[in-house]
Design a protein around this ligand. Sequence first.
Ligand SMILES: NC(=O)c1ccc[n+]([C@@H]2O[C@H](COP(=O)([O-])OP(=O)(O)OC[C@H]3O[C@@H](n4cnc5c(N)ncnc54)[C@H](OP(=O)(O)O)[C@@H]3O)[C@@H](O)[C@H]2O)c1
Length: 290
Amino acid sequence: MTTVTADVSGRFAIDGTLGVNRLGYGTMQLTGRGVWGPPADQDNAVRVLRRAAELGVTLFDTADSYGPLVAEPLLRRALAPYDEDIVIATKAGLTRQGPDRWTPVGRPAYLRQQCEMSLRVLGLDRIALFQLHRVDPDVPLEDQVGELKALKDEGKIAHIGLSEVSVQQIEQARAITPIASVQNLYNLGNRSAEDVLDHCERHQIAFIPWFPLATGSLAKAGGPLADLATRLSATPSQLALAWLLRRSPVMLPIPGTSSVEHLEQNVAAAGLRLSDDDVAALTSAVAKPV
Ligand SMILES: NC(=O)c1ccc[n+]([C@@H]2O[C@H](COP(=O)([O-])OP(=O)(O)OC[C@H]3O[C@@H](n4cnc5c(N)ncnc54)[C@H](OP(=O)(O)O)[C@@H]3O)[C@@H](O)[C@H]2O)c1
């Protein structure tokens, strides 16, 4: 049996220049409970990351705040020296006060500090994609995006992304600097960012859906996709991911997992070809958030 790799998901050029395989990987599950502290088994986390790269995953999503300071060091341990096709997309703008506690801080000096820290921790001269994790409501958007533009002008980052933004905020940011990607919550069961996705498609901005598996609810046996999965000889997670890949050419899903077995299953979703009827059945199978 031939192994399906992420190459089969197709290519997308972020900002028209930074090529990635569309099916990526998100590193948030490689931390302790509540995205706090190290994972129980760090060697396993390294195995998952190396297997992802082996299976053709080129886009790795991470953040300074995962752990914090856990996911980025693991990426470096697993993948440095980085192959030239590896794209690490990190983020800044969320601070941590404990398990499951997150507070936005978008003051320019803080964003700059975290960029400098990520460069050091990841062992990079330049961050390929640097995303504003959250817009801080207490700081003008212009100041937050303006600082990312300054970091780009200085060569510290190559492309700028946003996370959890509205169409209006994207346009406000685009008036300052090109926006290469938008990362919003989106999956089969939660399509509230549909307008943002359509906007991204119109402007060829990469749309990176977070919680692509609804933190696992869409992947579990006995879940809302179980019957269709049996009929289509696939797993529920594969259907959820294949549906996303099919939904838009600018869609770059980054499913997270701490298991090599689940990773292999998820990457194989790249090879699943859904018919129009399958897409319609999936679209109506999960009509509300799970
Ligand atoms: N921008 C933002 O604000 C934001 C917010 C949240 C997340 N993110 C990013 O988005 C990425 C994806 O989100 P996520 O990892 O939280 O959620 P997700 O990808 O929707 O789901 C991950 C969950 O699904 C389970 N899972 C994965 N593959 C599976 C499979 N084949 N079968 C059964 N269960 C499976 C995982 O458990 P196992 O570990 O047991 O496989 C894990 O509990 C994150 O890693 C992070 O990079 C960004």
